[in-house]
Design a protein around this ligand. Structure first.
Ligand code: SF4
Length: 413
């Protein structure tokens, strides 16, 4: 589907649950390893215009999907805590007004916002709480200033401690902390100490421990060693598990009941609407097919594009690609993909579509046997990247058979 066809975009007419992702494309400075779209050195007026366009975009799409009820909201970026107070209030207040007609009990929606320690203050927390935001995700990455400098982070360990202090005093919602494993020079013992200190704070019930993935060809890229990274991550994850944190997704750990509902929906490839520059959506088309919408990775194009649906490109996701994406995302989860969801989505049982490959993975102890879930073993999850290559080859070599089995299947019907 071409851009010019977006005027005829139609979405599912019956009721469905929808998540919102709002991308705030601003950072004070670019970290050395980051490939998320964001700009720095922007004008205050640009910030306001982007917020206004995001609200217009939300209004437009929610009107065209008038049967959708909102399941979760995630404001990410970029750095949402960098927004001026008035722009943050404008954004959150505007989304609340749009939701008034859809969800009667807004407090039931999980609403997350990302923050960086150096730009998190009391006012930010108050504006978020007053506007029904109930989950905070703070990108701390490390408590070692040398490592933070290596990453090009603006915040320091002192900023991290100050942010934790503010959150403890002024925030009653949920809190998640992001840390990185495998930074060149990082000692596993030090990471374990950091994690133990975080786990001893009763308000922290969710921690994401990502392995640093540097941009190709950068100094950081030349300094990392995959085996060292794996060892540091493994020791960090063992420390989290020993404190009762469940490794429910490859890089995510939580106490029971504290999982990120928004991200669970995302890993299950449930419908989500992405708003703002560079945001991507997966939405049910009118017939129940999967549509992928991508906003331009360019603030100016996004701002200039409102006559042409903000410059958004639209494609129908071929059903075989959607099958691959469902597995790629869902197999990240320890629990895996419910077979009921899989069969409902693809009108076929997993055995029919994946039988040979799944047996082979089970033989190699990479997949688990379960009637209710399609899940990898912990060893399988550690090698997810290479398993996805095998999966892609399997689907390609059996392409004709799979396409025949999936002919006419509409995943969101
Ligand atoms: S603050 Fe976050 S989004 Fe911004 S450049 Fe750094 S890692 Fe990327």
């Amino acid at each position: 589907m071409k851009n010019s066809d977006t005027a005829q975009l139609e979405f599912k007419k019956t009721s469905f649950r929808l998540s919102l992702y709002i991308h705030i494309p601003f950072c004070r400075r670019k970290c050395y390893y980051c490939d998320f779209y964001s700009i720095s050195g922007f004008q205050e007026s640009t910030e306001k215009k982007v917020v206004q366009e995001i609200l217009k975009q939300a209004d437009y799409y929610l009107k065209t999907m008038d049967k959708a009820s909102i399941a979760s909201i995630f404001v990410g970026g970029g750095t949402p805590s960098l927004l001026k107070d008035e722009h943050l209030s404008l954004l959150l207040g505007g989304i609340n007004r749009l939701l008034c007609t859809r969800n009667r009990d807004k407090s039931a929606i999980e609403w997350t916002i990302e923050a960086n320690p150096e730009s998190l203050d009391k006012k930010f927390l108050q504006i978020c709480a007053a506007n029904n935001v109930n989950r905070l995700s703070i990108g701390m990455q490390s408590f070692d200033d040398d490592l933070l400098n290596k990453l090009g982070r603006l915040g320091s360990s002192k900023d991290n401690l100050r942010a934790l202090d503010l959150v403890e005093k002024y925030w009653s919602g949920r809190v998640s902390i992001d840390l990185l494993a495998g930074i060149p020079g990082q000692k596993a013992e030090y990471l374990v100490e950091e994690l133990n200190r975080l786990c001893s704070l009763s308000f922290i019930k969710h921690i994401s421990l990502y392995t640093l993935t540097p941009l190709k060809g950068t100094l950081l890229d030349k300094q990392v060693n995959g085996e060292d990274q794996e060892e540091v991550w493994l020791q960090g994850s063992a420390a989290l598990r020993s404190r009762g944190f469940n490794n429910y997704e490859i890089a995510n750990f939580s106490l029971p009941g504290e999982e990120s509902l928004h991200n669970l929906r995302y890993w299950h490839l449930e419908p989500y609407l992405g708003l703002g520059p560079a945001a991507v959506s997966t939405l049910p088309g009118e017939r129940g097919d999967a549509l992928r919408l991508s906003n331009p990775e360019d603030v100016n194009q996004f701002l200039d594009g409102n006559e042409d649906l903000w410059g958004t490109t639209v494609e129908r996701v071929p059903i075989r690609d959607f099958l691959f994406e469902t597995l790629m995302m869902g197999l990240r989860l320890k629990r895996g993909i419910p077979t009921a969801l899989f069969s409902e989505r693809f009108n076929q049982s997993p055995e029919i579509l994946l039988g040979g490959l799944w047996q082979e993975w089970r033989r190699r102890k990479l997949a688990r046997s379960s009637h209710n879930y399609l899940a990898l073993s912990s060893r399988g999850r550690l090698h997810l990247d290479s398993l996805l290559v095998e999966l892609s080859e399997y689907l390609d070599t059996r392409g004709h058979i799979i396409d025949t089995a999936l002919a006419g299947v509409l995943p969101f019907i």
